[in-house]
Design a protein. Structure first.
Length: 390
């Protein structure tokens, strides 16, 4: 029996294509309402997807409804906490731009999301050298130098390390709540993390008890060789955009090498998901027409950073199986071009096709995001004496 494929989607405004806000049913005026996002997350959960990622950045979004100007978006971490109580099973991974945020604050927010969702939280770590984003904060400048990418990757790795240590800084049984003695917390089971790296110095401990999953999942995108090292050394999930199968194999090898070099305490390297930008229709010709229309609405052809599938739901199922057949690839993250049309096609047509092939679940069987992905709940590093292991 073939293994089931792990499947996720990214939710980004009205879709991954900048012209998507003009698509039928997009309801672009609803993008900042909870109802819009509740409809999307409900559709994704109806399709039994493992998780959704919520895109976010400090840059303005292209294609403001009704104008040629850019628009803003909602904070993805806050949005995820709003959506979590409306869902029961699907995982939620908002995005944190680590270049301009602090790990202590993010650790608390994601721990809170893990509690609100009963163990279905994660976070996508994003780095950026965009000078416009940096100017919003006024603290940093980024020279036009490739070495900047390595520095940002190093910062992201420190960020991931601090997150894990803070989540472990409370042992699972630190809260004793002993009414007779008046002791609410066993102070011996709270730990200073005393992290001192090149980018952060964090003493800890956290101010939120250890999350339900122990450590919510940390994800990163591997758009550059330095990013692949971050995935191997500090992430549970990695999103890659290979050009072909050989490129995917090279990415798998790079992540595995980084994992081995780091001496991480988990036996296996990060789960790798291939990113696919998708435009779907009943026929390939209709899908091509849809993409052309989206490009026209955007004012120029759009070329995503990921592999592209323009075709039918059956054709996408074929592509998912092809990529999932590459050794070391655990799943696929789909980027629907226009959520109003492509998300529905994924959940109502692609998923049933994969189920027919016995390649996808027919119900949720686990309660947590780690459970969906077959990952164990990690032991607390302070309780086991492995606090020095990243």
């Amino acid at each position: 029996m073939a293994e089931h494929v792990h499947l996720a989607v990214t939710l980004d405004g009205s879709g991954a294509h900048p012209g998507s806000w003009r698509a039928p049913g997009a309801e672009a005026h609803q993008l900042t309402t909870a109802a819009h996002w509740q409809r999307l997350i409900a559709e994704a959960e109806a399709g039994l997807l493992d998780f959704v990622t919520l895109a976010d950045s400090f840059a303005l979004h292209r294609g403001h409804p009704g104008t040629d100007r850019a628009s803003g978006g909602l904070d993805s971490v806050l949005l995820a906490s709003r959506l979590a109580p409306t869902t029961r099973s699907i995982g939620l991974l908002p995005t944190a731009t680590v270049t301009h945020t602090e790990p202590f604050h993010v650790s608390k927010a994601i721990a809170t999301l893990d509690y609100v969702s009963n163990g279905r939280a994660g976070v996508v770590l994003r780095t950026t050298a965009d000078p416009d984003e940096a100017a919003l904060f006024g603290r940093r400048r980024f020279p036009d130098d490739p070495a900047v990418l390595a520095d940002l990757a190093s910062e992201a790795l420190d960020f991931a390390t601090v997150l894990g240590l803070l989540w472990d800084s409370w042992e699972d049984d630190a809260e004793i709540r002993d009414v007779a003695t008046g002791r609410f917390i066993d102070r011996d089971k709270l730990h200073y993390i005393d992290f001192a790296g090149d980018h952060f110095s964090v003493r800890g401990p956290a101010i939120t008890p250890r999350p339900p999953q122990g450590r919510p999942l940390i994800a990163a995108t591997g758009g550059h060789p330095t990013d692949l090292r971050v995935i191997g050394r500090g992430a549970d999930l990695g999103f890659i955009s290979p050009r072909d199968v050989d490129d995917a194999v090279r990415a798998v090898d790079a992540v595995s090498t980084a994992h081995s070099d780091a001496g991480r305490e988990i036996a296996d390297p990060a789960l790798l998901f291939v990113d696919l930008f998708v435009v779907l229709a009943t026929t390939v010709s209709e899908a091509e027409d849809r993409r052309a229309q989206l490009d026209e609405w955007a004012g120029e052809p759009f070329t995503p950073d990921t592999a592209v599938v323009v075709g039918t739901p059956t054709g996408l199922a074929d592509e998912i199986e092809r990529w999932a057949g590459v050794e070391g690839i655990s799943g696929i993250r789909l980027h629907p071009a226009a959520l109003s049309e492509d998300l529905h096609a994924i959940t109502r047509e692609v998923v049933p096709e994969l189920q027919h092939r016995n390649r996808f679940r027919d119900r949720y069987t686990e309660l947590t995001l780690r459970g969906h992905l077959g990952l164990p709940r990690p032991a607390n590093r302070f309780a086991t004496g492995k606090a020095g292991v990243a």
